[in-house]
Design a protein around this ligand. Sequence first.
Ligand SMILES: Cc1cc2nc3c(=O)[nH]c(=O)nc-3n(C[C@H](O)[C@H](O)[C@H](O)COP(=O)(O)OP(=O)(O)OC[C@H]3O[C@@H](n4cnc5c(N)ncnc54)[C@H](O)[C@@H]3O)c2cc1C
Length: 335
Amino acid sequence: MELQPGGITFDVLPGETVLEAALRQQIDLPHGCQEGLCGNCLGRLLAGTVAYDEPPPALDEDARAGGLALLCQARPLENLVVAIGAGEDSAPPLHYPARVETTQRLAPGVMQLWLRLPAAAPLPYQPGQYIDILLPDGGRRAFSLANAPGEGTRLELHVRRVAGGRFTGWVFDGLQAGQLLRIHGPLGRFRFDRQSSRPAILVAGGTGFAPIKAMIESLLAGGDERPLYLFRGARRRSGLYLDDLVDDWCQHHPNLNDTPVLSEPLPGDDWQGARGTLVDAVVRRYPDLSGYDVYAAGPPAMIDAATAAFSAHGLPPGQFHHDRFEFAAPAPARR
Ligand SMILES: Cc1cc2nc3c(=O)[nH]c(=O)nc-3n(C[C@H](O)[C@H](O)[C@H](O)COP(=O)(O)OP(=O)(O)OC[C@H]3O[C@@H](n4cnc5c(N)ncnc54)[C@H](O)[C@@H]3O)c2cc1C
């Protein structure tokens, strides 16, 4: 089988998925959960057909009919040519060295990293996309780009500490400014639909605020005046971050409205704002979603709840754009 762009060819053994075969042969194919959930390994079939053991969750009928394939689940039925990457309007993903410029705690469990790329090697991306950080053992960790694309040489990440997490634990306990990381990107199809003129609801669960921030920054900088309804969620007051920035946006851009939501405020939080889940807060305020575009990023459980609830409240599937912060699969075994 062959990957485009680049024309890399490799064998797929009987019974293997395309991703299994690529990883066995140390071929760099973007991927995430390896369970058909996150959609990071989507490719477009340029030639050939594939079969699935079960209908893959992250690939609906329309996407399959449109020629997309989920490579962690797809088993080739014949020789394939597959285009990988994040779509026609995205730059091809490449490897970059990235120096950690600063680290700053935004909330008790959230670290902001600013990375600097060599001036001669900027990374072009669309707001909403993410990068993989490449670990020395071959593992990858996905993080959304939190700043609007500028010259592409400074990248902002918001890293939530995962209990027992190998990479995120190191970010909090070991990472120093000046250290060098290796990254791969841009990746992902979570983008703002600039063709649409509908008002947008932007739903950010925890560090799901990162890609939503990149989108909002880019829209506001471009003078987009459509109504933007931001919903930011955390469990406690201390989990909401960059409040001053959001307040500043709202002061200068009357088309932006911010609703912070806490699911489990503490008595000491003295919280007067919205309570409960982000998804409930959205449908309480907008019981008919048919006239909106909705963008949601955050934990898989939030995206699952949003998919069900928003569809029940009239949101057509084509108007729902989401990014599941799926956990990374273990690093492939080295041969
Ligand atoms: C497209 C995409 C974009 C993402 N963007 C961001 C982002 O901008 N900011 C951000 O903070 N995270 C983001 N994530 C999630 C992030 O990639 C994971 O939290 C990270 O891989 C954890 O790495 P680790 O080495 O610390 O954990 P690991 O050592 O891989 O995992 C340790 C344990 O924690 C579990 N675990 C791993 N990740 C999570 C998690 N997220 N939540 C709960 N349990 C987990 C594992 O199953 C395992 O049991 C994104 C994920 C995807 C797929």
